[in-house]
Design a protein around this ligand. Structure first.
Ligand SMILES: Cc1ncc(COP(=O)(O)O)c(C=O)c1O
Length: 395
């Protein structure tokens, strides 16, 4: 059969790192390339009980079709939790989605036409580029520093691109850099979005994984006119396999997203929604998040200690206050992808994710991302010090 595919398929570029990821998936290899939560921390017993009790209490209803917006009682619990981020919303402002990924896709689908301009952090989350790529958007990148997206750079880009429609931003423990945007910049980005009349898509999967201070107010907390669409997910705090996330936005936006999702995947899994609702009602979710946070804080600390002890001086790295990733910058001349293939995988038997995958415009090839959540303390020590040994031979 000679299949004639739709034009969307032209925009789905095979990822330049797909081959490297395949190499990194060798079980013999200590890979820090992915973004897996620590599965040993999944609250398996409590979730088993939650599924069980959902079926006992709700019976066939938990297995029946539900409403496209998602279970009202779970949406109400999300509203209650959103108050901690400074977001005051009602259940009509909340749509449950299949993870944060569907929130990105629905936002792109209802707002972006082919050729529309969007602004992204430089670097940005490569998983978001799939939904944006298939809409053939025009990417404009905005430089970051240790306080997140730079507001002077954003203003300049907005001036250069008055046609820009949306800013995509990850303010807390950004994927890939681990950097957090300051409160001042959160306030400012909303002011700039108003001044230049653009939407903000605030993608915030890691907000509750802050190691030692209180969580910062979300960008959406400064929004008074419905300009910010907030995306949340249970993937990193509970588990990714239930595929539960949410969008918080104006009712009109939620209604449009709901109409579209009803036409594509109808709804989230009923039983998964009931079980998550049960879990939030009866288990100690905050206590569970504290356990996850403490474990990740310890892993990050260990990774930083080993890097400080074994990496050459001219490799710099971020030291995140939360989340699951940190970011390395090698000397300018280094191609991190090449070094991974030719030296790090064969000699250190370890892997990182080359940074080039995270740039929507000109990639900085001398960068890479490391994940610490998915490995044990012992594996972190072994894999990172082996990488350090290779780096010391190269630089
Ligand atoms: C920045 C960011 N957004 C969204 C997601 C999507 O997560 P999920 O669809 O599993 O909720 C991730 C997952 O790694 C992420 O890092």
């Amino acid at each position: 059969m000679n299949y004639v595919y739709s034009s969307i398929m032209d925009y789905l570029r095979p990822s330049p790192v797909a081959e490297m990821l395949k190499m990194a998936s060798d079980p013999e290899l200590l890979s820090f390339a992915g973004g897996m939560p620590d599965a040993t921390l999944f609250p398996v017993e409590h979730l088993r009980e939650s599924f069980d009790l959902s079926l006992r209490e709700h019976g066939a209803k938990a297995l029946q079709y539900s409403v496209a917006e998602g279970l009202p009682s779970l949406r109400q619990k999300i509203c209650d939790r959103m108050l901690r981020a400074g977001i005051d919303c009602e259940i009509e402002n909340v749509l449950l989605t299949q993870g944060g990924t569907q929130g990105i896709d629905l936002s792109a689908a209802i707002f972006l036409d082919r050729g529309d301009t969007i602004l992204c952090e430089n670097p940005t989350y490569m998983g978001a580029m799939g939904p944006f790529d298939v809409r053939d958007v025009n990417y404009v990148s905005v430089d970051m520093d240790e306080e997140g997206m730079r507001m002077d750079a954003l203003e300049q880009r907005l001036r250069e691109h008055p046609e820009a429609k949306l800013i995509y931003v990850i303010p807390d423990f950004q994927n890939p850099t681990g950097v957090t945007m300051t409160v001042e910049r959160r306030r400012r980005i909303v002011e700039l979005a108003r001044e230049y009349d653009v939407l903000i898509l605030e993608d915030n999967p890691y907000r509750e994984l802050r190691f030692d201070h209180d969580e910062l107010p979300a960008i959406k907390s400064f929004d008074t006119e419905g300009r910010v669409i907030f995306l949340g997910t249970f993937s990193k705090t509970l588990c990714p396999g239930m595929r539960l996330g949410w969008v918080v936005a104006e009712k009109e936006v939620i209604n449009n997203m709901t109409t579209l999702r009803a036409a594509t995947d109808m709804q989230c899994s009923s039983i998964a929604m009931y079980a998550a609702d049960f879990f939030l009602e009866h288990a100690d979710f905050d206590g569970h998040i504290r356990t996850v946070r403490d474990a990740y804080a310890m892993k990050k600390e260990r990774m930083i200690e080993v890097m400080q002890a074994t990496f050459p001086q001219d490799v710099s790295f971020t030291n995140p206050d939360g989340g699951i990733f940190l970011w390395l910058t090698f000397p300018q001349k280094v191609d991190a992808g090449l070094m991974l293939r030719e030296l790090v995988i064969p000699k250190a038997r370890a892997a990182y994710m080359p940074g080039e995958a995270f740039y929507c415009q000109a990639p900085h090839r001398n960068t890479c991302r490391l994940n610490y959540s998915g490995r044990t303390l012992e594996e972190i020590e072994r894999g990172i010090s082996a990488m350090g040994e290779v780096f010391r031979q190269v630089f």
